[in-house]
Design a protein around this ligand. Structure first.
Ligand SMILES: [Fe+2]
Length: 471
C-alpha cells in the first residue's frame, strides 16, 4: 500500500540554490503583505551513492519569499554549516547524524552531532538566525540568505552550551528565550536562557531533571517557562560509546511517566511538575497564565514520532494518533484542573499561532495534517487546518488534490487592519510535475482555497518551521 504516491520525488533530488522574481502568480497578494516568509528544512539526503536514513538528517536549506512593491522574489540557499562545507570538500558524507550512523562516521569533539541546522529560522533583533538541534544558530543575510557565521549572542553562549532549535521571541519584550538539555547520565539538567535584543544574556536558569528527556519544544508566559517531559529518554552513554545514531539511542519508557514541568521565568525558585499520562509531545502550541491557572496547549501523541521520520523516502508508515490538547493547571494546588482533547487525530503537526499572542491567551491555531492517517503505507501532510479552542475543534481546512502534498509550518501573518484575521502561508508540493508553489490563504477561510498561488517552477524539499518578518 502507498498512501503517498511519488513521495520519493520530494526528498531525493539535488536542490539548487536560486534567487528569482516569481512570475505567473494567480490570485491576489494583499497589499499590506510586505516582508519576508522564511522556512528551513532538510534538503540533501544523498551523496556519493549513500543515502541518509532520517528526515532530520538532511542539510538545512532556507527558502524565503519576499513580498515588496516590486512583486514577489523567491530565494533559496543552503546553510553553510561546517558539516556541509566538509562534506562538499570530501565529496561524501562524513558525519553521523540524528538517524544515520556508519563505519568511520565523525562527531563534533567526539561527543555531539555536527549539526545540519535544518529545523527553524527566525528574524530577531535585526538578524536572521537558522537553528538546528543542540547547536548555536547560524546568522544569514536576510535578503540573499548568504551565511554570515555562527551567532553566539556576543559570546554569552558557546558551542558546548546545550541549545535547542525552538527559540521563542516574546512579543512583549522582543527577548529571545531558548532551552537546552544537558544529557548527563547522573545529573541531567534543563537549561533555560533569556536574551535581550542586544544579545545580552539576561538570565540562565538550571533545573535538575529526573531523566534524560528528549525535548524538542517549549512554551513560555510572562512568568513561566513550560516543558512537556515525555517518556522519551536519550541514552547519551550509548550514543557516545556504542557509535549509535541519536535515533538508536532514544528509549521509549512509558513506565517512567510523563509530566509537565513549570519553571519560574524570572524568579530563581525551583520548578514544579504535574503528572500526565505517558504520551509524547513534539510541539507545543502556546501557553498563558493568570493569577490562578496556567493553560498549556500542545499536540499530544500516543507515542514518540521520530521513528516515522524514516526511512527516507517512506515516511509515516505507522504514525501514532495525535490531537490538540489543552491542559489547565491550577497554580495553587499544582495539579491539573482540566484536560480538553480535540477529536481530531489526522496526525497533525507544525502548529502555529499569531506570533503577537505568544505567551498570552490565544484561541486560534493552524497546522498541517494527513488525511491518510490510519491507512497502511507511507503518507504525508496533505491538508492545512484551523483549530479553535472556542469550539475545541478543527473548524476549517483545505485539502490538496490527490498525490500533492503540503510542507512547512503554516505561518500566520496578522492583517494590521483586521483584528484576529490574517494570511497563512504553506508550501505546496506537486511531485508529478516536479514543481512546488507557495500558497497564501485567508486565515479564517481556508476552505475557500488559496488567496494567491506563487509557482516556483521546480521542487523544493518539504520544510519544517517557518516565520514571517514584516518590512
Ligand atoms: Fe519542531
Amino acid at each position: 500500500m502507498d498512501a503517498a504516491p511519488l513521495l520519493e520525488r520530494l526528498f531525493l533530488f539535488d536542490a539548487v540554490e536560486d534567487s528569482r522574481p516569481v512570475t505567473g502568480i494567480t490570485g491576489n497578494i494583499p497589499k499590506w503583505l510586505r516582508g519576508s516568509y522564511y522556512v528551513n528544512g532538510p534538503s540533501r539526503f544523498e551523496r556519493a551513492g549513500q543515502r541518509m536514513k532520517h528526515w532530520l538528517d538532511g542539510d538545512g536549506m532556507v527558502c524565503t519569499m519576499r513580498f515588496s512593491d516590486e512583486g514577489a522574489r523567491f530565494t533559496t540557499r543552503f546553510v553553510q554549516t561546517q558539516k556541509l562545507r566538509d562534506e562538499e570538500a570530501a565529496g561524501r558524507f562524513l558525519y553521523r547524524e540524528f538517524g544515520t550512523s556508519f563505519a568511520g562516521d565523525q562527531l563534533r569533539r567526539r561527543v555531539m552531532l555536527e549539526p545540519p541546522v535544518n529545523v527553524s529560522v527566525y528574524s530577531w533583533a535585526g538578524k536572521l538566525l537558522a537553528f538546528g538541534e543542540q547547536c548555536l544558530p547560524i546568522e544569514l543575510d536576510p535578503y540573499t540568505l548568504e551565511t554570515r557565521g555562527v551567532y553566539d549572542f556576543n559570546g554569552n553562549v558557546n558551542e558546548a552550551s546545550p541549545f535547542a532549535a525552538h527559540a521563542k521571541v516574546d512579543p512583549a519584550t522582543d527577548n529571545l528565550l531558548n532551552f537546552g538539555i544537558s544529557f548527563s547520565a547522573t545529573e541531567p539538567m534543563l537549561n533555560v536562557y533569556e536574551f535581550a535584543p542586544s544579545g545580552e544574556l539576561l538570565r540562565r536558569r538550571r533545573h535538575p531533571l529526573q531523566f534524560q528527556h528528549a525535548v524538542h519544544d517549549f512554551g513560555f508566559t510572562d512568568k513561566s517557562t513550560v516543558f512537556y517531559l515525555s517518556p522519551l529518554h536519550m541514552d547519551f552513554g550509548r550514543f557516545v560509546t556504542e557509535n549509535t545514531s541519536v535515533m538508536e539511542s532514544l528509549v521509549w519508557a512509558p513506565e517512567k511517566g510523563a509530566r509537565i514541568l513549570v519553571a519560574p521565568r524570572v524568579a530563581k525558585g525551583p520548578a514544579f511538575s504535574v503528572e500526565v499520562e505517558p504520551r509524547y509531545s513534539l510541539h507545543m502550541i502556546n501557553c498563558f497564565e493568570d493569577e490562578t491557572t496556567l493553560t498549556v496547549d500542545v499536540l499530544e501523541m500516543d507515542r514518540a514520532i521520530y521513528g516515522e521520520y524514516q526511512t527516507i523516502p517512506d515516511l509515516f508508515t505507522d504514525p501514532p494518533a495525535c490531537r490538540p490538547v489543552r491542559y489547565v493547571i491550577d497554580l495553587e494546588s499544582k495539579s491539573i484542573r482540566n484536560r480538553i482533547a480535540m477529536s481530531f487525530e489526522l496526525c497533525p503537526d507544525f502548529p502555529a499561532i499569531d506570533p503577537q499572542h505568544a505567551g498570552n491567551s490565544c484561541d486560534d491555531f493552524w497546522m498541517l495534517a494527513m488525511g491518510a492517517f490510519g491507512q497502511p503505507g507511507r503518507k504525508f501532510f496533505d491538508r492545512v487546518v484551523h483549530g479553535s479552542w472556542k469550539s475545541a475543534s478543527v473548524c476549517d481546512q483545505w485539502i490538496a488534490p490527490a498525490g500533492q502534498y503540503l510542507g512547512g509550518e503554516p505561518v500566520f501573518i496578522p492583517d494590521p487592519g483586521k483584528g484576529e484575521e490574517g494570511v497563512v502561508i504553506v508550501q505546496h508540493h506537486i511531485p508529478a510535475e516536479d514543481r512546488a508553489e507557495i500558497l497564501l490563504f485567508q486565515s479564517h477561510n481556508l476552505a475557500a482555497g488559496p488567496l494567491a498561488t506563487l509557482p516556483l517552477g521546480y521542487l523544493i524539499h518539504p520544510g519544517f518551521h517557518s516565520s514571517f518578518h514584516f518590512d
